[in-house]
Design a protein around this ligand. Structure first.
Ligand SMILES: [Zn+2]
Length: 274
């Protein structure tokens, strides 16, 4: 799951700031109406994010509805799946993200799978977040898969494998703003930004590196190749910088930008063995 702050940042940078949903989301988040619904917004965000991870086939349905008005979840063709999702996860609590489904169920009306009777009218934050969240989800997690031409009709097993890998990589690409962490180059293409994720300890045999953020760095194609061939390395005793085998190279000793924490054992393995 991606932290709600990233979604809020996406909303604040949304191309159309006159979009009513964007205004409502930010109004609730910043509590400009004084109704203290920020917690509701957060619970709704994480729950629907998880729902999309399991039921991404509904994204296109959502996106085909107006993106500036609340989504009519209660009358959608997947409301039963949403309710089943809530029932199955009714004990789910995530302390790290301060998110839990029991709370969400207690604040949703029965039409949206909750058990709050006689709640007031108006739009629940859940209905407000859905359209933009689906767009956000699609742009961050699905763009790369589509760019590769991999469509849902192909093997489900394959899709799941690809999506699992690229989700972590795509999350990092988003956090690094699709810029190479060594040279900061950003490549705009017709289908969005292009940038690559490099596994410092490679996946698969014989290295069997893990597919976790601490093993990934975001790189442009040139620096990706240089790192693959050991021309560029990260010295575990100085993990904030990269070493180039040619110490006159402009990127020798350059600081890695926007660095998330990398695993020192992985860096050591890679430095000594690759
Ligand atoms: Zn680069």
């Amino acid at each position: 799951m991606i932290h709600i702050d990233n979604y809020i940042r996406y909303c604040r940078n949304y191309s159309d700031q006159s979009n009513e949903l964007i205004r409502d989301i930010l109004l609730i988040r910043d509590n400009l109406d004084g109704n203290n619904r920020g917690g509701h917004l957060k619970q709704a965000y994480y729950a629907f994010f998880l729902f999309l991870e399991r039921h991404s086939q509904y994204i296109e349905t959502i996106l085909s509805s107006p993106l500036d008005s609340p989504f009519d979840l209660a009358n959608s063709n997947f409301i039963d799946y949403w309710k089943r999702f809530l029932r199955r996860n009714r004990n789910l609590i995530n302390n790290e993200l301060n998110f839990n489904i029991p709370t969400l169920i207690s604040i949703l009306p029965p039409s949206l799978g909750g058990d709050r009777m006689g709640g007031g009218g108006g739009s629940h934050p859940l209905k407000i977040i859905i359209p933009i969240l689906s767009k956000f989800y699609k742009e961050i997690f699905l763009t790369e898969i589509e760019a590769k031409g991999i469509k849902a009709r192909y093997s489900r097993k394959y899709i799941r494998t690809v999506r699992r890998d690229s989700k972590i990589v795509n999350e990092l690409k988003f956090l690094t703003e699709h810029k190479c962490q060594i040279c900061q180059k950003q490549f705009q293409t017709n289908s969005g930004y292009y940038i690559e994720g490099h596994h410092i300890k490679p996946l698969g045999n014989p290295h069997n590196g893990p597919d976790i953020k601490e093993n990934i760095i975001i790189l442009c194609p040139n620096h990706h190749i240089e790192m693959d061939y050991g021309i560029l390395k990260i010295d575990p005793s100085n993990p904030d910088r990269v070493k180039h085998i040619d110490n006159t190279n402009p990127f020798h000793n350059v600081t890695i930008s926007q660095r998330h924490s990398l695993n020192i054992e992985i860096l050591r393995y890679s430095y000594e063995n690759l």
